[in-house]
Design a protein around this ligand. Sequence first.
Ligand SMILES: [Zn+2]
Length: 657
Amino acid sequence: MKSLWSDTEAAKINGDLEMRVYTSQLLGANPELVLHGGGNTSVKITENDFFGDETEVIYVKGSGWDLGTIEAAGFAPVRMNALLKMAELDQLSDPVMVAQQRAAMLDPSAPNPSIEAILHAVIPQKFVDHTHANAVVALTNHKGGEATIKEVYGDRVLVVPYVMPGFDLSKQVAKQLAEIDPTTIDGLILMNHGIFTFHDDAKTSYELMIELVTLAEEHLAKSIGSFTLPTAEASEDLAGLAAIRQGVGKLKGAPVFAKLDQSANAVGFASRSDISSLATRGPLTPDHTIRTKRIPAVIGDDIEASLAQFADDYKNYFNEYNKGETMLSPDPKWAVWPGKGVISFGATEKEAGIIQDIVTHTWKTIQITEAAFEGGWQALPARELFEIEYWELEQAKLRKGGSAPIHQGKVAVVTGSAAGIGFACAESLAEQGAKVIGIDLSPEIDEQMSKIGGIGIIANLTDDEKVVETIEGIVRDFGGIDIVVSNAGIFTAGAYLDDMEQSNWDKSFAVNLTSHQKLLKYTIRFLKKGLGEPAIVLVGSRNVNAPGAGAASYSCAKAGLTQLCRVAALELAPEGVRCNIIHPDAVFDTKLWTEENLKRSAERYNMTVEEYKTRNLLKTEIKSKDVGNMVAAMASPLFGKTTGAQIPVDGGNDRVI
Ligand SMILES: [Zn+2]
């Protein structure tokens, strides 16, 4: 492992806190050391408080900050004397400790200090660095862990047996430090947890971390000999992936994204003959449990049975160790799928990504430990991990809860969404938490979807091959499809029947009807495995129920689309998939309507533009956003008991009513 220290960068830095920010970021830049909020750092500084009194303060990493991106504002300034007094108490519950740490802060607007703040305070050195380095936990997490640590580090470190992070761990460290001269050691190795290094000089403290972790890496390299991570080629099973995602979402009681890692190493791990044993011994470091649960699901030939087994095992684990806590939902946060890869689940894309990062480091490190040491990979016992997973402060967060957006965790496909009504539908769904994949012929789709955190795909929906490729790509990336808004359409030129070009009719049917039939044909198999009351919403037209002369090619295609909706509703009801259609009318805030042709149309009816825009029973203007919100509602549980319905969004039309 290389030091990232730069003399040029360091020369620009003023003061201890800025230096603390700099070396914290260096630690955070290496995922082999810390991941997503893991690890923490501190610096002790003497400064004047509000009254001008000289005060010893420790700036310790605040919770909610990542070392990689931390700034000065991410450190909580806490009075040292308060922390040292707390360290002398016999007992202190974690909630009281958190409250007292806050009470001792010089800046009440700073974030909550790390739960390891007292531990940082009892270490006398000025700079303290703490990580969960993969190589170090690989050395500690096996049967002979303590002997290996002694062999690698000798007297340079103090070895601390596993104690749950928080007050008890701080007490343990304080006790062990009191028995030695702390200036004679370079760090602490916390069994099954991680490593601390410290020094009065920031650079030395950081570089001690790099040096001690490098020693661990070298020892592992020597111990594994010629072992390399196994590889295997993935065989694809998208229907299986959608079924796994659906099963996990049902256990969770809410939709999730599923991120499949099909890399050769991920498949190699998932396909090991000892996978059921190796993957289910526990995490690298206890705090991963909060995000990943203790163990993953192992998927066998029968997907449903494998997930049911996971849920049963989880309930048993909870029943065995709980002391009155509230059980979390029994869904796995990740799964190993032999021959296919490793899947990470998350209510949001961000969460699925974080879990994937953590589990990737996990499966690499446990295989190395398994190969390096006799007896192989050994994690903490379930009882200890339960204590972390059901830690009081985490349970308090749960109780606070807060409701998720209605479409959170859902995957929505919206066609014809580069502009107008389609874009409005995509926007409403995205605002309500869905991941939207927009499909459009227009190259603008990419930029438009990026505005709403979605993904744009340029495709001609009349091209079967392209449609299949697009749909499969969506399932590969997110694990399934829950909502389809089939909106793509063209308004063909007005023509009376005896005067109509055949191409006018054919084109309208190809785009306004057949392309929708194809989209349904290829998405239905995934919608059947969708989550959150999967739904199809078709975008029809007022013309279906109130046609006009000269619009046969458009009206007839939309009438066909309406019939398609009704048949789909009949066919899909047994699978719990709903299909409804909306009939919008006179939506003028789209590109189709320039100010000029709006004026021309109004004049034709002898109306002002304002009168023309609101010529409906409610005398109200219909905006594309109104249609978008209606579509999002129809895809939601609000309309969970409605299928085969035609809903007008037209301000009321006496010909339709
Ligand atoms: Zn830690």
